[in-house]
Write a protein that binds this ligand. Structure first.
Ligand code: C5P
Length: 408
């Protein structure tokens, strides 16, 4: 099973409403607990027809709430305490009836009352017959909920309990856990403006030729996507990359190192975090030829190169209390070289990776990295996708940021 670090240690209030998908909620409880969450369940009266409170209580190891007007239940944990306790509320399955009540503020049982009292992120996993799912009323209720920030993991297609085929089955528990991880993360970068650089730079030789490197931009784009997903406003300064910019991200396209430096400078003041994931060319041809270089009559060719500005070093003086994050792609002495770059470039955090390792580095979907912090902490990470690594980098960056241990 895929690990979702965002789930570890959180308190999940699981609401189960009266749909056949309720039988899958038992598995959902197990999966949440396996990921390190504490789970407390509230069931509607109809849900208890599909799965027993005893099953749910045994699996979750927490008292189940079923009745708003039960003296014994309210005495042990009242509805307001339940709402405050939760870091995340998940309603799975969510019936059309629940969506209608939640959208219109009806609070006529324990679950809908808690739904009004809860201030944590909410995720719903609707499940119903496909005709109901397509009904304009259900759709407009869902729109009301999503417009208020409720996350939705939509139903999937397949055989429904009524025997018909169509869209309406509750998403699989693993999908719901993945959506929960995204929902809980949605907001930890709210209000933070992040500048990410990505991709290679191209240094022109003549109108048709350039010097560049093997960077695909995948790591930088994954960081931009992860930061935007977590609520950040992201400016992505990208060298030429064959990737679509993640949604919600402002893309600034550049070619050369000097253009990248100019774009970084222009946006620096507005940002609190700077993540330099770009593989900036260290050298450029000293002169760009105005017309195409001819091979005729030449046995060889020497290019005269000039060093490009080091963007991080150039902006070091404007650091203030910004968080600066850099990368070190190395082929040898990874830790030593990465530490030297952390110091030399005045960074708070550096991500080092050995590009000669299998599955690491340029162009690959995965990366095996080590994160080094200024206080000397070294976190060695296993091989993972660049998107997963992006979240790990953001987690560590957030720790630096929150601790206030930012080099000024
Ligand atoms: O010195 P090296 O190129 O290995 O350093 C890598 C880090 O420095 C990366 O974060 C990269 O984006 C940044 N860099 C830079 N300007 C350069 C070269 C690299 O900011 N000219």
């Amino acid at each position: 099973m895929k690990r979702h670090p965002a789930i570890n240690g959180i308190k999940v209030l699981l609401g189960i409403t009266g749909g056949i998908g309720a039988y899958k909620s038992a598995e959902l409880i197990r999966l949440f607990m396996k990921q390190g969450a504490e789970v407390s369940v509230v069931m509607t009266r109809n849900a208890t027809q599909f799965i027993t409170p005893l099953t749910v209580e045994t699996l979750s190891r927490n008292p189940v709430g079923t009745d708003l007007f039960s003296l014994s239940e309210e005495r042990s944990i009242d509805h307001i305490s339940r709402a405050r306790w939760a870091d995340l509320m998940v309603i799975a399955p969510a019936t059309a009836n629940y969506l209608a009540k939640a959208a219109h503020g009806i609070a006529d049982d324990l679950l809908t009352t808690i739904s009004l009292a809860a201030t944590c992120p909410v995720l719903i996993a609707p499940a119903m017959n496909s005709a109901m799912w397509d009904h304009v009323t259900v759709r407009s209720n869902l729109e009301i909920l999503t417009s208020r920030g409720v996350a939705v993991v939509p139903p999937t297609e397949g055989e429904l309990a009524c025997g018909e085929e169509g869209v309406g089955r509750m998403a699989d528990p693993e999908q719901i856990v993945a959506a929960a991880a995204a929902a809980i993360q949605l907001h930890d970068l709210d209000g933070v403006r992040v500048l990410v650089t990505a991709g290679p730079t191209r240094e022109a030789v003549d109108p048709v030729r350039f010097l560049s490197n093997r960077s695909s931009g995948k790591m930088g784009y994954a960081l931009a996507e992860a930061a935007a997903t977590r609520g950040a406003e992201v400016i992505l300064v990208s060298g030429p990359a064959a990737l679509d910019p993640p949604s919600g991200v402002t893309l600034v396209s550049v070619e050369s190192a000097r253009e990248m430096l100019a774009a970084v400078r222009a946006n620096l003041k507005a940002c609190q975090w700077v993540i330099m994931a770009a593989a900036v060319a260290d050298f450029r041809p000293s002169a760009v030829l105005e017309s195409k270089l001819k091979k005729k009559g030449r046995q060889g060719l020497s290019l005269d190169l000039t060093a490009n500005p080091d963007i991080l070093k150039t902006i070091a003086a404007d650091k203030g209390n910004r968080l600066y994050i850099g990368f070190a792609a190395e082929t040898e002495d990874l830790l030593e070289n990465a530490r030297a770059k952390l110091e030399g470039k005045g960074l708070d955090l550096i991500v080092g990776n050995d590009v000669t390792e299998r599955g690491s580095g340029f162009g690959s979907e995965t990366n095996q990295a080590v994160i080094i912090l200024r206080d000397g902490t070294v976190e060695r990470l296993p091989l993972m996708t660049k998107r997963e690594l992006a979240d790990q980098i953001l987690d560590q960056s957030m720790r630096c940021w929150q601790s206030g241990d930012v080099d000024g």
